[in-house]
Design a protein around this ligand. Structure first.
Ligand code: NDP
Length: 285
């Protein structure tokens, strides 16, 4: 039997419709969720991400502003813009597109964002809240992964979840979310010997590495759910993930494609976080 495709575009569209409806409700109460995106320099991939985030927020009825700085911007100027946005009542979510140029300390910038406006969920306070199972802004990609898992109807509790990759923005928070759902979590990374010995025992396998064909058929247990976060170009320049899709779909029960899997979910969960930030304000009125 072939795996069922977890279509990120479809799941994202369903979610976006719900967000759009909630934004309309908030607008009736004179709250327009506002997202500020800061772009430093002119990296083409960063610009594409930022443009997509802006476009989506507008489609969902949100207020969205883009603040651009040249790559020569000083840390001080960037920090003072963040402070300004922290107190701007029309802005509920602040996102600084990473990576930043070398002269700027990324950690300092992330820590300058008010935790209540940290819609990327990268602020140490929000990461701490995630660790102890408190309500927080969940980093968008792991948040999207959990939404896709929900879509399968499979409960995480008691499952063995193997996460390949331990970055602060994807791997680590993804593992924490599965742990919070009572999964048994194993993290693998570049120093893990015999990767397949771990991955082939996973009921749920998440690969967030960035290497074409890292996960082959023999890395996967029969019937596993396979979530491919990787975004790579193969030898012919085609967008692909970490998972050898054609081989793995013959063994998995569910699988995400690349493109059209986790990617569309990531932006959608950013919108969900921006909506949440605006609703927080309503609660605190
Ligand atoms: P990072 O480069 O920060 O992390 C990659 C992780 O993979 C590291 O933990 C690294 O281990 C591990 N790794 C590297 N090589 C191997 C290997 N051979 N075996 C096992 N583990 C290995 O990447 P990100 O987490 O930021 O992103 C991962 C991938 O996901 C990328 O392709 C990125 O483009 C994509 N991505 C996709 C998103 C989407 O929306 N679809 C959003 C964000 C990212 P170590 O820690 O030891 O170095």
């Amino acid at each position: 039997m072939e795996a069922i495709l977890l279509n990120g575009k479809e799941i994202a569209e369903k979610k976006r419709k719900m967000i759009r409806d909630e934004v309309s409700q908030l607008r009736l109460k004179n709250i327009i969720p506002g997202l500020a995106v800061i772009l430093v320099g002119d990296d083409s991939a960063s610009r594409t991400y930022v443009t997509n985030k802006q476009k989506t927020s507008k489609q969902l009825g949100m207020h969205s502003i883009l603040i651009e700085f040249p790559s020569s911007v000083s840390e001080e100027d960037l920090l003072s813009k963040v402070q300004e946005l922290n107190i701007d009542p029309s802005i509920h979510g602040i996102l600084v597109q990473l990576p930043l140029p070398k002269q700027i300390d990324e950690i300092k910038v992330i820590e300058a964002i008010s935790p209540n406006k940290d819609v990327d969920g990268f602020h140490p306070i929000n990461i701490g809240r995630l660790m102890i199972g408190q309500d927080t802004f969940i980093p968008c990609t792991p948040f999207g992964i959990m939404e896709m898992i929900k879509e399968t109807g499979v409960t995480v509790e008691g499952k063995h979840v193997v996460i390949v990759g331990r970055s602060n923005i994807v791997g680590k928070p993804a593992g924490q979310l599965f742990l919070n759902e009572n999964g048994t979590v194993t993290y693998c990374h570049s120093r893990t010997p015999k990767l397949h010995e771990y991955t082939s025992k996973a009921d749920i396998l998440v690969s967030a590495v960035g290497k074409v064909d890292l996960i082959r058929g023999d890395h996967v247990k029969e019937g596993a759910i396979v979530i491919d976060v990787g975004m790579n170009r193969n030898a012919s320049g085609k967008l692909c993930g970490d998972v050898a899709f054609e081989e793995v779909k013959k063994k998995a029960s569910y699988i995400t494609p690349v493109p059209g899997g986790v990617g569309p979910m990531t932006i959608t969960m950013l919108m969900e976080n921006t909506l949440k930030a605006a609703k927080l304000l309503l609660q605190n009125r």
